[in-house]
Design a protein around this ligand. Structure first.
Ligand code: PEP
Ligand code: MG
Length: 575
């Protein structure tokens, strides 16, 4: 049995279709001076051919997968047309006497090398894009026509070391019933594609291509994360049953999409989605999100060579705002720092980056960044309902400063006759013990709180959220964290304000009843978790949930808290 990372849930049965790795050999021999012009031409011809191919794929993708997926290829086209890439190629050919193919290989390898150093998952996924473009250019320079994607004529589970976005786009998807790859993460393109097509997928299996042979019969269990090769009849029967149950439940869950998120005794909880870009809004809507409870804007700042201008940001926020139409979007100012650095900005070497120059601290120190972002958000607010959210707040002074800043920027926009929502709401993230402890004071100054339980847990327990060594200590249901959450909710209610949770805890099924009992107003989560949480809330009774919360808050042992929650969930048959 093999496992990996569940990229798209579901169960699939079928024959394995193994995609061999392509080996493109690049000769390292240097060129002669008289060959320079010819090599430059070879590069330009290959680039032109690549652009033509990509435009074709883009059209096909739009037809098969919808407008949003085509954007991946738009970014490939932009990368190919990048003036810096062209300059570098010309430099290597002219000054280093490299052939066109060797120049491309060097540039691509260097870019990948520097991206590999970055911890951020989104940016690391960029490696696949770069590899994809590099491969295409190399194949076109060397006139290699082979495609490892033969005509897929029978229903198959596609198994590969990795799949580039353009390969995924060219596959005859009608015959693909599952994806398994060795490389990849939840946010890699194959995973995103598989999720939007609702095809089960497991990525990051490390060595599957060495174990599976073409035509092996495979069970891909993307529910409990295992892959069985050539299973017994008994196993097939067992998983067929599981698949049937899963599909039935999924249908039932999706039928809740347009129903209100309300408990049996009439308490309404608003459920929102967390997004990182405009594309995610479609997913949010598909799963029935009522609003965008957290828009992480830092992705707009990454994966590029300079800071995004006010205009660029404005366009991006406006697009999201318009797309959200009925609901609202909470735009969080960028949360850079910690493990998310920007290649084009100087970051100091810090001993403890998570306790260092991060999020609002960067925005306040580099005031032009804050000004541009706030102006862009304000301008977007003329096109729909927008709320502003500030991350990593630790003090009242910060909040007062930020409010004053918004007031000044509003005046500036007004003087230029630029439209914005004059009553735009302002909220702060509660991610630090300090902000939770002074929630009473902060509640007087802001319109809402959004609890970032990912960071609140890490800072309260002094447990790095990304450190495997201590991951067993990372527990958002620790009594200390729960007490802080309760304190924050109470403080907001006292001032007639509301509190949302937008950390991962919001989408954890086992915690829903407890959060309900703690009187949370809103929950914002990964879009695919929404139907599950909605179902639980619709099955729950607020009064009983309050009793559970009371018992939990009186308990000081994490183990006992878990037991109480489990007992409650079991009794209510929540799962
Ligand atoms: C959090 O800390 O819970 C949160 C939602 O913010 P992020 O995960 O982006 O740090
Ligand atoms: Mg956070």
């Amino acid at each position: 049995m093999i496992s990996g990372i569940i990229a798209s849930p579901g169960v699939a049965f079928g024959k394995a279709l193994l995609l061999e790795e392509e080996n493109i050999i690049v000769n390292k021999k240097k060129i002669l001076h008289k060959e320079i012009e010819n090599e430059i031409n070879r590069f330009y011809i290959a680039r032109k051919k690549s652009l033509k191919q990509l435009k074709k794929i883009q059209i096909k993708t739009k037809k098969n997968l919808g407008k949003k997926k085509e954007e991946i290829f738009e970014s490939h086209i932009l990368l190919l047309e990048d003036i810096e890439l062209e300059k570098e190629v010309l430099y290597l050919i002219k000054k280093k006497n490299f052939s066109a193919e060797l120049s491309i290989k060097k540039i691509i390898n260097n870019q990948i090398k520097s991206l590999k150093k970055i911890k951020d998952e989104y940016l690391r996924n960029r490696i696949i894009d770069i590899q994809d473009i590099g491969k295409r250019l190399l194949k076109n320079i060397l006139n290699i026509n082979t495609s490892r994607l033969k005509n897929i004529s029978q229903k198959s589970i596609l198994i590969a070391q990795d799949l580039t976005p353009s390969e995924t786009a060219q596959i005859n998807l009608k015959n693909i019933i599952g994806f398994i790859t060795e490389i990849g993460s939840k946010t890699s393109h194959t995973s995103i594609m598989a999720r939007s097509l609702e095809i089960p997928a497991i990525v990051g299996t490390k060595n599957i291509t060495k174990i599976v042979k073409n035509e092996d019969f495979i069970i891909l269990n993307g529910l409990t994360n295992n892959i069985i090769i050539n299973p017994s009849i008994k196993e097939i029967k067992k998983f067929k049953k599981l698949q049937k149950k899963y599909l039935k439940n999924k249908k039932k869950l999706m039928s809740l999409k347009n129903l209100p998120t309300i408990t049996k005794d009439g308490i309404k909880i608003e459920i929102g989605a967390n997004i990182g870009n405009c594309e995610d809004v479609s997913r949010a809507k598909k799963y029935g999100a009522e609003c965008i409870g957290l828009y992480r804007t830092e992705f707009l700042f990454m994966d590029r060579n300079n800071l995004p201008s006010e205009e660029e940001q404005y366009k991006a926020y406006k697009l999201v705002t318009k797309k959200v139409n009925n609901g609202y979007v909470i735009i969080r100012t960028m949360d850079i720092g910690g493990d998310k650095n920007l290649s084009y900005m100087k970051f100091p070497k810090e001993e403890n980056p998570f306790l260092g120059w991060r999020a609002i601290r960067v925005s306040i120190d580099r005031i032009e960044i804050l000004n541009n972002q706030l102006k862009a958000i304000l301008r977007a607010s003329a096109f729909g309902k927008v709320k502003i959210l500030f991350p990593m707040i630790i003090s009242l002074e910060e909040v007062l400063f930020l409010k004053k800043k918004i007031k000044i920027l509003k005046k500036e926009l007004s003087s230029k006759n630029i439209k914005f929502d004059k009553k735009i709401e302002i909220g702060v993230m509660i991610e630090t013990p300090s902000s939770a402890l002074i929630a009473k004071n902060l509640a007087k100054e802001v319109d809402f709180f959004s609890i970032g339980t990912n960071d609140l847990t890490q800072y309260t327990l002094a447990v790095d959220r990304g450190n495997d060594l201590i991951s067993h200590l990372y527990n958002p249901l620790h009594p200390a964290v729960l007490k802080l959450i309760k304190k924050v909710i109470n403080a907001s209610h006292k001032e007639g304000k509301w509190t949302s949770i937008c950390g991962e805890l919001a989408g954890e099924k086992k915690s829903t009843a407890l959060l309900l009992g703690l009187k949370i107003d809103k929950l914002s989560m990964n879009p695919s978790s929404i139907p599950y949480i909605k179902q639980i809330i619709r099955k729950s009774n607020f009064k009983k949930a309050k009793e559970l919360a009371k018992k939990v808050l009186n308990e000081s042992s994490s183990k006992k808290i878990l037991k109480l929650i489990k007992k409650f969930n079991d009794r209510l048959k929540i799962f």
